[in-house]
Design a protein around this ligand. Structure first.
Ligand code: NAP
Length: 338
């Protein structure tokens, strides 16, 4: 197998640092690697696999000779550099929402729709974090009983909004406990001791952009019909890391909670913790820092025919961003798609 030259764009960010760790953990075989950021962090020293690297400011020439770029530097940065990367023959694996819904851009969760990677024309998109963790759960259940309707409620950690949001939760909590005034910057309302029913901006239909990402991206990844009803409510909660989701699924065909448990126990990337009698169900503390998508509280849904409800928790920085990005990179190398 050929070994690519790799660049990590956004290497100094929350997701970029996680990507760097996971490139090492998954043993990605590369020829050369470089770390890119904005001018602000250029010059930062990074330790990786026993060597010290200097982070460079990303410029078009930075992508000369680079085969695969793992990007987590925001939508406008990806839009700016994508043509430069593709022009030079590189493949961009992008974490931002800039290209996700474009027709020619595969939107991929590794081990769910790997075949879609073959259609790439230089850009591959990584789904939104709240969509990502759901796909590994829904794919095997859809194969068995066919999804007819889906309702998702998310409880999303602040790390999903980047480093500044993590720091705001700490500062806001300290200020609240000390009875001090606090100016919210990352969120529209105080995040400490609060739940905020808004992530991203509102759309004309009353849903937020984050909620509509779950709706549209789920259909694209699972190749569902456009008219299949999906609804999502996304809330930000004062948790540092790990998104939780309450998921209600109506299926075309009958499927029991026991069957769901059995299918998910044998599915890639899933860990079932489901013994409510012993208070065993997954929480964000179980999921933060590890790879599996955890599922529990699997039960018959009382509102639907052939309905199942479940609780799904995962590390939003890993499966929701960095882990899937690196898994895609691994597939691109294995399938020789660069
Ligand atoms: N956090 C999540 O759970 C999550 C999940 C899925 C997707 N994402 C997406 O991933 C991206 C990054 O998120 P994050 O949480 O890691 O943000 P972050 O902590 O704010 O990091 C942003 C990174 O991008 C770099 N950057 C910013 N502007 C740049 C420019 N003009 N040129 C080159 N590099 C630039 C920054 O470099 P400096 O250090 O120099 O500023 C930094 O390395 C966003 O698109 C976000 O939507 C995040």
């Amino acid at each position: 197998m050929r070994k690519p030259n790799i660049a990590i764009l956004g290497a100094t960010g929350v997701v970029g640092r996680e990507i760097t760790k996971i490139v090492d953990e998954l043993g990605i075989q590369f020829n050369e690697i470089k770390f890119l950021s904005s001018a602000k962090s250029a010059g930062t020293k990074l330790e990786f696999q026993g060597k010290t690297y200097t982070v460079e400011e990303a410029k078009p020439e930075s992508f000369d000779g680079v085969n695969i770029v793992l990007a987590s530097a925001g939508g406008s940065t990806s839009q700016k550099f994508a043509p430069e990367i593709v022009k030079r023959g590189g493949v961009l694996i992008d974490n931002s929402s800039a290209f996700r819904m474009e027709k020619d851009v595969p939107l991929v969760i590794a081990y769910v729709n790997d075949e879609d990677l073959k259609k790439h024309k230089g850009i591959i998109a990584n789904p939104n974090c709240s969509t990502s963790q759901l796909m590994l759960v829904l794919k095997p259940l859809h194969e068995k009983a066919k999804i007819k309707r889906l309702i998702v409620s998310t409880y999303q950690a602040v790390s999903g909004a980047g480093l500044a949001a993590i720091n705001e939760l700490t500062a806001n909590t300290k200020a609240t406990l000390a009875g001090e005034e606090f100016e919210n910057k990352c969120f529209k309302k105080p995040i400490s001791f609060n739940v905020i029913p808004q992530i991203d901006v509102f759309c004309d239909n009353g849903y937020t952009k984050e909620e509509m990402k779950v709706v549209k991206e789920t259909k694209k990844i699972l190749h569902l019909l456009e008219e299949l009803p999906i609804s999502c409510t996304a809330a930000r909660v004062p948790v540092y890391n790990g998104h939780s989701e309450a998921v209600d699924i109506e299926f075309e065909n009958e499927i029991s909670p026991d069957e769901v448990r059995e299918i998910l126990k044998n599915s890639f990337g899933i860990k079932v913790i489901d013994n409510p009698d012993n208070f065993e169900y997954p929480t964000t503390r179980d999921a933060s820092g590890v790879d599996p998508v955890f599922v529990g509280r699997i039960r018959k849904n009382l509102a639907f025919n052939n309905g199942i409800s479940l609780w799904c928790v995962a590390d939003n920085l890993r499966i929701g961003a960095a882990l899937n990005t690196v898994r895609i990179c691994q597939k691109v190398i294995e399938m020789e798609l660069y």
